[in-house]
Design a protein around this ligand. Structure first.
Ligand code: DGT
Ligand code: CA
Ligand code: ZN
Length: 579
């Protein structure tokens, strides 16, 4: 049994417990265990056979027994018992955005809803809005969601880049360390830093291709090999991720890397351009149509040069005008991670973060940043851990005390991530906001309003003189929650006019603004900031994803405000101009 299947069973059990009204901690424990199973690089079946399951984080004795039963019998007794109480298809109902287990349970008890089909019927018959506490908004939302819900299986095997990259990097490193290997590179959508990826693509050269294919099959991340030979190998990780390794001779490594980096759209356009010049491009080389000579290149740049183009960065290779821009010599010089001087969105234990102010500061400084804004959640963001106005006032003092004795060249900013109410209002008094160095305003609650209402709501925050920046503008969660309806073009226009910045949130689940919106906003004159939204010291590394989205949006360092030193960034804040 693969880890991914074990994870799915644990996730289902957590939802069943939730439907049964179990206490929150039990539900969370199973969710956490599902995540551990999903992410475990080693086979749980293997661990179980050695009696070592409890060595995994979040797996105690009870959980280990359940996993063992699952592996031995194919099901978990507790889950079977619960499935006798509710139809297992009720689990699908809990996945409809805005419903959740509590509501699903009520729909089952009060309306006899058992699955997505009967949910749709109840909504169409207008029975959901009759239920106390639900109302017409919920019903409209259900109808809209049922229309856009992905078909079962559709896109289900795509993963976040943050799940794919660690696997790709670990495999690439292991292969590179093998004596038979030459060059090893990550290719495909991971090299282009796409938001989600279907699989891991690796390209390599080797003195002994078969030995390298075997080395891949024997890697501890790999559960099974599907094919292997001279040309490479295909395999599956314990987490269910497909891995595609291609091996070529050194002399056409550049051609292969270019081909397997893609995207397919970029390659198609490149081939059209080649054809117009009487050339044919493939992973094997570039040749004159009808001619015998094949141009092979050890580096990708050779392929582009032969077609009369400068090198094009992988993040731009999406078939979105990069070839025309390259031809005209108008490719942007893209933002780099090392250009970023500050991070303007982070959380601490004061709200829902895991580290203290001091720990976050030290970790940010070690990453080479000159400033970090501490922006814990305000009072009404909806997930507990509120920061009261009084506590925030005290926090301002703590941060100024920290800065008194801060290491040279580093400072903290006293900030907040303030919730934007449904009516566009903020949940701290202006006097308090005025005492902060930096205010982000974000939407965290009541997503189910119309696009027009949502746009007005965010415009109100943009026009507020003490809002410096808008956080995760569209509220999407990749592969989990669609963005809410909002007129991004109108928002961008207003942000530019008011001097309100807009962030690219680097949380790999969000990447919000997305690359299209970020490009549009920058072109409209909005100052963009790249942020981590770190909830602990490790996620300060989210900056790589924010930078990736900025690069995929064609942004250069000067279009991103926090590439500036603090003394040049500070006056760009709206609050600095108004005072
Ligand atoms: P993914 O895997 O869906 O996240 O995206 P990619 O871009 O990694 O796609 P993948 O793994 O199917 O193929 C890797 C690269 O191989 C792709 O970016 C370009 C090249 N390729 C694959 N299929 C085609 C094709 O039909 N035509 C051309 N020109 N190139 C292709
Ligand atoms: Ca791929
Ligand atoms: Zn937020």
């Amino acid at each position: 049994m693969r880890n991914a299947e074990i994870a799915a069973a644990l996730r289902e059990l957590s939802v069943l417990y939730e439907l049964d009204g179990a206490d929150r901690y039990r539900v969370l424990a199973y969710k956490e265990a599902a995540r551990t199973a999903q992410d475990s690089p080693v086979s749980l079946e293997q661990l179980a056979s050695e009696g070592r399951l409890t060595e995994l984080p979040a797996v105690g004795k009870t959980l280990a027994e359940k996993i063992e039963a699952l592996i031995e019998t194919g099901s978990i007794p507790a889950a079977e018992k619960l499935k006798a109480k509710f139809p297992p298809t009720l689990v699908d109902v809990t996945r409809v955005p805005g419903l959740g287990a509590k509501t699903a349970r009520r729909l089952f008890d009060e309306l006899g809803v058992t699955d997505l089909g009967s949910l749709g019927e109840a909504a169409e018959a207008g029975r959901i809005k009759e239920l106390k506490g639900l109302g017409p908004k919920v019903e409209e939302n259900v109808l809209a969601s049922l229309e856009t819900l992905p078909e079962p299986g559709e896109d289900s095997d795509r993963r976040l880049l943050s799940k794919i990259l660690p696997i790709a990097r670990e495999l690439a490193e292991a292969l590179a360390a093998h004596p038979a290997s030459g060059r090893v590179e990550i290719a495909g959508s991971a090299r282009r830093w796409s938001e989600t990826c279907k699989d891991v693509d690796l390209v390599a050269t080797a003195s002994d291709a078969r030995a390298l294919a075997e080395a891949l099959a024997e890697n501890q991340l790999i559960a099974e090999e599907r094919a292997g030979g001279e040309a490479g190998a295909q395999a599956l990780t314990h987490t269910g991720v497909k891995v595609d390794l291609r091996v070529v001779p050194e002399k056409n490594f550049g051609n292969l890397l270019q081909h397997f980096t893609g995207s397919a759209g970029h390659n198609v356009q490149l081939r059209e351009r080649a054809l117009a010049r009487g050339l044919s491009v493939s992973e094997h080389g570039v040749s004159k149509l009808g001619g015998k000579r094949v141009h092979r290149f050890t580096e990708e740049a050779g392929v582009y040069e032969l077609l009369g183009l400068p090198y094009i960065e992988p993040e731009l290779r999406e078939g979105r005008g990069e070839i025309e821009a390259a031809e005209a010599g108008e490719l942007p010089e893209l933002l780099r991670l090392s250009d970023v001087r500050g991070d303007l969105h982070s959380h601490t234990t004061l709200s829902d973060g895991r580290n203290s102010v001091e720990e976050m500061a030290e970790a940010a400084r070690r990453r080479g940043l000159a400033y970090l804004a501490i922006t814990d959640h305000s009072a009404s963001h909806g997930f507990g851990d509120h920061v009261t106005a009084k506590r925030l006032a005290q926090r301002i003092k703590e941060i100024s005390a920290f800065n008194e004795s801060a290491p040279r060249g580093f400072r903290l900013l006293a900030g907040s991530e303030v919730n934007i109410g449904t009516d566009g209002s903020l949940d701290y008094p202006d006097e308090l906001l005025a005492g902060l160095d930096w205010v982000i305003a974000s939407v965290h609650t009541s997503f189910a309003i119309s696009e027009r209402e949502m746009t007005e709501r965010v415009l109100a925050a943009i026009e507020h003189p003490l809002v410096d920046c808008i956080g995760h503008l569209t509220g999407r969660l990749l592969l989990r929650r669609e963005p809410y309806g909002i007129d991004v073009a109108r928002v961008a226009e207003a942000a530019a006019a008011n001097g309100t910045m807009v962030e690219i949130n680097g949380n790999p689940n969000r990447r919000d603004l997305n690359e299209h919106h970020a490009k549009l906003a920058a072109e409209a004159g909005v100052r963009i900031v790249v942020n981590t939204d770190a909830h602990g010291v490790e996620t300060l590394d989210n900056m790589q994803y924010a930078v990736a989205t900025a690069r995929r949006a064609w942004l250069s360092a000067d279009q991103v405000a926090n590439t500036r030193a603090w003394r040049s960034f500070a006056p760009l804040r709206k609050r600095a101009k108004k005072s």
